[in-house]
Design a protein around this ligand. Structure first.
Ligand SMILES: Cc1cc2nc3c(=O)[nH]c(=O)nc-3n(C[C@H](O)[C@H](O)[C@H](O)COP(=O)(O)OP(=O)(O)OC[C@H]3O[C@@H](n4cnc5c(N)ncnc54)[C@H](O)[C@@H]3O)c2cc1C
Length: 387
């Protein structure tokens, strides 16, 4: 079977790319190795930017709209913002990803789940994909096959540094859900170079720990147990599912194209090295990839280098700033939290960055402007804070 484009991987990056291409009449095959819907360990937090990049509002698959958050240090809440302003839409990835794949299908993409790409071969005028059911050919191929990407291994010189996250889906009594409310919890005291989170879902809590470290990673299972023990409403919870997964630490510059192939999302290392957020970058890179491919399919002289350039000057820049912020915060996490707790100005900037209403780039570039005010607020409030 032949197509204009084969997309390998039906996560947010691949399904969105397939949707955007199929919508304009391009013949797309979307290959997915798992049977959909499939579980993916993920907090499922969709930021403002993720919602803006999505082709359709995900209200049908949103479990909870988070409207505030708590910042904690080793189980002790040090800052609370529960003023009912939007922070994130929370989804379960099995439903969300299946919904996106269905949108792609409705737009005309040929979805083949339970079909892994086993081997890829690129020739000057086409790409060939071997699957258990036969060989597929297309003019272009999109590698959207996640952090363990088979496609990225074909890219000469491409490598990745990863963090790792462990997530538990936890059933708690309804009183536990009420205690959490529609609010996110982030705890930066639980492990060095990382944090723990509690995200409310419909009827349960997603609880996890993220080690944003390419090197030695602590025992995440014990860290997660310790984390859950620090919160009374989690201590009696039943862990329904426990899964870990790597997260690429983005911010490097690699070519993300060959003559006939592109990488998007986690496969392209496009997740933020500070918080491990990757869905919005997966969606954003899918939009850029679909634009580059539409040009490639209509203009035979066009090459895909424009895609790498577009990524590097937009989201790539953002990921480099996120990595820089991560290095600052994780080298002195307690001091960073302390400064944040004492400075309302910094809290406003941080909240806008966390929800992705404002970019990491803007946060870091605007810090020198606000530094005198932030320091004044820190010095003024410091003596009153004990934690
Ligand atoms: C525990 C955890 C919590 C997270 N929480 C958040 C969060 O709250 N918010 C956020 O924005 N990000 C979060 N992330 C990051 C986010 O999950 C990823 O950045 C995002 O899933 C990337 O999407 P993707 O489409 O690039 O890849 P994936 O979602 O990994 O999708 C890749 C797809 O490719 C398929 N595939 C793989 N190999 C093949 C093959 N050979 N052939 C066919 N198909 C194949 C896989 O089955 C999969 O369906 C979290 C990650 C983890 C691990």
């Amino acid at each position: 079977m032949g197509a204009d484009v084969i997309v390998v991987g039906a996560g947010p990056a691949g399904a969105t790319c397939a949707y955007l291409l199929a919508r304009v009449g391009i013949n797309v095959i979307l290959l997915e190795k798992a049977a959909l819907p499939r579980y993916k360990p993920c907090g499922g937090g969709l930021t403002w930017r993720a919602l803006r990049c999505l082709p359709v509002e995900p209200s049908d698959v949103t479990e909870v709209y988070a409207v505030g958050g708590r910042l904690a240090w080793n189980g002790q809440v040090v800052l609370e913002k529960t003023d009912n302003s939007f922070v994130a839409a929370l989804v379960m990835r099995d439903r969300f990803d299946a919904w996106l794949a269905e949108l792609a299908q409705m737009a005309g993409a040929h979805l083949q789940d339970r079909t892994p790409a086993l081997r890829i071969e690129e020739t000057p005028d086409h790409v060939q994909v071997e699957t258990p059911t036969g060989i597929l050919r297309a003019r272009y191929l999109v590698g959207a096959d996640g952090v363990n990407s088979l496609i990225a291994r074909q890219f000469r010189g491409f490598s990745r540094v990863t963090g790792v996250a462990l997530e538990a889906e936890v059933d708690v009594p309804s009183r536990g859900l009420e205690t959490q409310g529609p609010y996110l919890t982030f705890d930066f005291g639980i492990l060095p170079f990382g944090y723990g989170w509690i995200f409310p879902k419909r009827g349960h809590l997603s609880v996890g720990v993220f080690a944003a470290h390419g090197g030695r990673v602590p025992d995440l299972k014990r860290t997660l147990e310790r984390f859950m023990g620090q919160y009374a409403h989690l201590a009696k919870g039943q862990v329904r599912l426990l899964r870990g997964h790597r997260i690429p630490l983005g911010g490097q510059r690699y070519p993300l194209h060959t003559r006939r192939m592109l990488l998007v999302g986690d496969a392209a290392n496009l997740a933020d090295a500070f918080l491990g957020e990757g869905i919005s970058y997966a969606l954003w890179s899918a939009c850029l990839a679909s634009q580059a491919l539409q040009i490639g399919l209509t203009d035979r002289r066009a090459d895909l280098a424009a895609y790498t350039r577009m990524v590097q000057t937009t989201l790539g820049r953002e990921l480099r700033f996120a990595a820089r912020l991560g290095r600052w915060v994780y080298s002195h996490p307690k001091r960073a939290v302390n400064v944040l707790v004492t400075s309302p100005k910094l809290q406003a900037l941080w909240l806008n960055t966390l929800t992705a209403r404002q970019s990491f780039t803007r946060l870091i570039l605007s810090l020198p402007l606000y530094l005198p005010l932030v320091l004044a607020q820190y010095l003024q409030n410091k003596p009153h804070r004990q934690w």
